[in-house]
Design a protein around this ligand. Structure first.
Ligand SMILES: O=C1O[C@H](COP(=O)(O)O)[C@@H](O)[C@H](O)[C@H]1O
Length: 270
């Protein structure tokens, strides 16, 4: 494993990336729960994101987390039927939430076509649910999250598409340009299905830690551009910034177009 000073960790392959990210997530949740009893994670869909959840559920360290005291939100979701295989929540439920006994009251799936007629209504409802949770948290803890419209996100997971999209914020589309709101309705997504709900970049960037987990040669161009300093409208993956930490957790193939200066390592072997 190689670490760069810019928060980039390069794992040899997909399997190593997924297992290490799963272990890192368990450690983070244990750490947060030991400080304040509960923890909040924002989940992603996609190949690596879903594999990480399965690896968490399969790993022996999973028992160190009190899963009934973890709050789950999503960074994006496809506006389709609730049991559709295209939902991001469906594999998350099967891989992690049901087997590990998550509390359904703490699992905040984005709305589906069973809940609303339009994707705009779904996005607005999720923003309202986030705001209600933020208000309850402030009343209970007297705690002010970085953004008063949002609950505290301890860790927010993102995948990155080959076109550099994150959550459902696609290059040059309205979602990535949206400001002043925490969620956005997406129509005409270039990647099917076309209708989606996404957190906005400003909502993503309220998280304490943002982890971008990326594998594969087809993502190397997106990763290279994002870390070379591209603008987020053209390269949405360049936009996420955690309040405390932004981690790029990638495999060797996804690292193949990283700028040379980012390959200077500060630590090896762990
Ligand atoms: O459509 C989506 O794609 C991205 C990345 O998915 P991948 O399969 O290329 O890893 C994912 O992060 C996002 O949540 C999802 O809705």
């Amino acid at each position: 494993m190689r670490h760069s000073p810019k928060g980039v960790t390069i794992h040899p392959d997909f399997d190593a990336l997924v297992k290490a990210t799963a272990a890192r997530l368990v450690t983070k949740l244990v750490d947060v729960q030991s400080r304040r009893g509960e923890a909040t994670v924002v989940l992603t869909g996609g190949s690596a994101g879903t594999a990480v959840l399965a690896a968490v559920a399969a790993g022996p360290a999973r028992t160190a987390v009190d899963w009934s005291r973890v709050n789950f939100w999503w960074g994006d979701e496809r506006f389709v039927a609730p049991d559709s295989a295209e939902r991001n929540a469906v594999p998350a439920q099967e891989a992690l939430l049901k087997p590990l006994g998550a509390d359904p009251d703490r699992v905040h799936e984005m709305p589906s076509t069973a809940d609303f007629d339009t994707v705009e209504e779904a996005a607005a409802a999720y923003a309202a649910e986030l705001a209600a949770a933020a208000e309850a948290e402030q009343l209970a803890e007297g705690f002010a999250a970085p953004d008063p419209r949002l609950p505290r996100f301890d860790v927010l997971l993102l995948g990155v598409g080959p076109d550099a999209h994150v959550a459902s914020l696609f290059p040059e589309m309205a979602g990535i340009r949206t400001s002043g709101q925490t969620t956005v309705a997406v129509r005409n997504s270039p990647k099917p299905p076309p209708e989606r709900v996404s957190l906005t970049l400003e909502a993503i960037n309220s998280a304490e830690e943002v982890w971008l987990t990326v594998a594969g040669e087809d993502k190397a161009g997106a990763v290279g551009l994002a870390l070379a300093g591209a603008g987020p409208v053209q390269v949405p993956a360049a936009g996420p910034r955690g309040q405390l930490k932004t981690r790029w957790l990638i495999d060797q193939a996804a690292a193949s177009q990283l700028p040379e200066r980012l390959l200077e390592t500060e630590d090896t072997g762990s």
